[in-house]
Design a protein around this ligand. Structure first.
Ligand code: MN
Length: 234
């Protein structure tokens, strides 16, 4: 058997730091859950009834380690933060039962689902895909992944975000409309999950805009904290 050759070198494997280890977590795909906290659904003008969860994606190489500095991205004049619990999948599978989801979870962390809100809103209004609002370069800064054995809880614990020290988002994982076990099970019935997949589990209320010079801090108690600085557009 001959080794596969390519017409040019394949892209570098996307990856995230792991807390307490040199080895990195290789990122395969990034799935994001839409509207998974009632108060955020309301602030986005939606009725927070328990409609089935929905998902969107970001490219794997949108992930980057924190702390970091991110240049204000192109096309937008309304860049929003969304603090989110992050789940890292270590074992793939399809049609995973809720009771078995934790067997597939390698670790957890905290990340920001950076959003070009003006482009997302325009896409919604025009019935177009959300991608340009969500899936841009460096749109998923994520703190080092914490192996699940070192994670206090993914069902309760404070989740918060501050801009320049002012608290903007402050909620609890217990407020998730669809728990990790529930939404990972549901996701696995749409796509076959694979090790390396990352799931951003939705943001609580209080989303808002940042501008160059702002410093975002955030965290999930008992898991991780992060810091992201927004720098000038190049
Ligand atoms: Mn989000």
């Amino acid at each position: 058997m001959t080794a596969t050759s390519y017409v040019f070198d394949p892209a570098k494997q996307a990856s995230l730091a792991v807390k307490g280890e040199q080895a990195r977590f290789p990122v395969r795909r990034i799935f994001c859950v839409g509207r998974n906290y009632e108060a955020h659904a309301r602030e986005m003008g939606k009725d927070p009834d328990r409609e089935a969860p929905f998902f969107f994606t970001k490219p794997a190489d949108a992930a980057l380690d924190t702390p970091c500095s991110i240049a204000y991205p192109p096309l937008t004049e309304n860049l929003h933060y969304e603090i989110e619990l992050v789940i890292a999948i270590g074992k793939g599978g399809a049609d995973i039962d809720e009771a078995d989801v934790m067997k597939h979870v390698w670790g957890a962390s905290v990340g920001i689902d950076l959003t070009r809100r003006d482009l997302q809103t325009e896409a919604k209004n025009m019935g177009r895909p959300w991608d340009w609002g969500k899936a841009f370069d460096n749109s998923a800064p994520i703190a080092p992944i914490v192996p699940i054995g070192d994670v206090a809880s993914i069902t309760s614990g404070r989740i918060w975000l501050a801009v320049n020290g002012d608290i903007k988002q402050d909620a609890d994982l217990a407020d998730l409309i669809w728990s990790v076990s529930e939404h990972v099970s549901i996701l696995s019935r749409s796509v076959t999950l694979a090790r390396g997949d990352i799931i951003m589990t939705g943001t609580p209320a209080g989303v808002g805009a940042v501008v160059p010079g702002d410093v975002i801090t955030g965290g999930v108690d008992g898991i991780a904290t992060l810091e992201v600085t927004i720098s000038d557009r190049p």
